[in-house]
Ligand binder design. Sequence first.
Ligand code: NI
Length: 374
Amino acid sequence: MDEQKLIAFFKDLHAHPEVSGSEFRTTAKLREALEAAGVRILPSGLQTGFVAEVGGQRPGRVIGLRCDIDALPVSEESGLPYASQTGGVMHACGHDFHAAALLGAALLLKEREAELAGTVRLVFQPAEEYGNGAQAVIATGLTADVQEFYALHTYPPFPAGTLGIKEGPVMAAPDAFHIRIRGRGCHGAQPHKGISPVPAAAALTLALQSTTGLVVDPFSPAVVTVTHLSAGNTWNVIPESALVEGTVRTLRGEDRAALRERIAAAAEGCAASYGCTAEFEWEDGPAAVVNDAALCGAAKALALQMGFTVARQEDTMSSEDFSVYLAACPGVFIRVGTGGGYPNHHPRFTADPAALWPASRFLARLALERCAAE
Ligand code: NI
């Protein structure tokens, strides 16, 4: 496969996006292209997505390259000639680019398999946006011996030819909280005959806005956002209960634990001060993505050697389940400049095809180098 064919493959994926867990066509197309080049697909039992492998004939290290392959429930407004042909579904986060870039890398590695010391495990992960794609891949056991993991992600603020490689935390842990405040419903004209959960929910919402300032080091970014507040359904009835929901974003494990504890305490305290009770539920998202400093250094050196511009991307409190792989081994989550002017998840998001082939070459070279590393 050459650059033009890879770009055509990417455009085809872009025109046929599939949401998390439904990536059947995408999976089939990728497998077909890999099998045609003789790349081994490992038996995994995954319904969508798969794990492939190159190398393994000569002793060396095991390096993992991971992409995601799912699209979003977004109606495309890019105006591209290869825009989505599926209404209401769009590759608005560039996972089509990631999949095509990893396909290109796999084919380049296959061509150089004879000189590959070690093994490259290629993960085409389903369901990154919604679901448990990374956990499903881990559960196959096919990544258990991977010693280092790398992934690329599209990045509109940088043009093609620029990579963002930053050590330390680059994506946050996205946790959710759900708090049900229970009172006792009654007539709106007789509040003394019941216990309204409404003021307790309002007080709790305000209290949560100051939690980060109370328990998190001001030099450590953290977010607590109440996103959903509901109670009652009419004007003259005091409801039985109220719901307060939101998200917590942290980069450090200790902040995550401290905020969880403080939010639970605030829920209980606010509810109690209004005579109500609170049911607190916490839902763990994936951990923060933390890039290994030494491996960042190696990736940066290679990028510069290959003629890329290396820049520092902006910090963000959004999230990525690539951290699930990094729980078992070190790695780097790299931003690849794809231009376009609209952010990820926007209906006009685009990824510059000119960035694709260089991304494949970079991934292949990185894997070759890291397999042979001491
Ligand atoms: Ni994404």
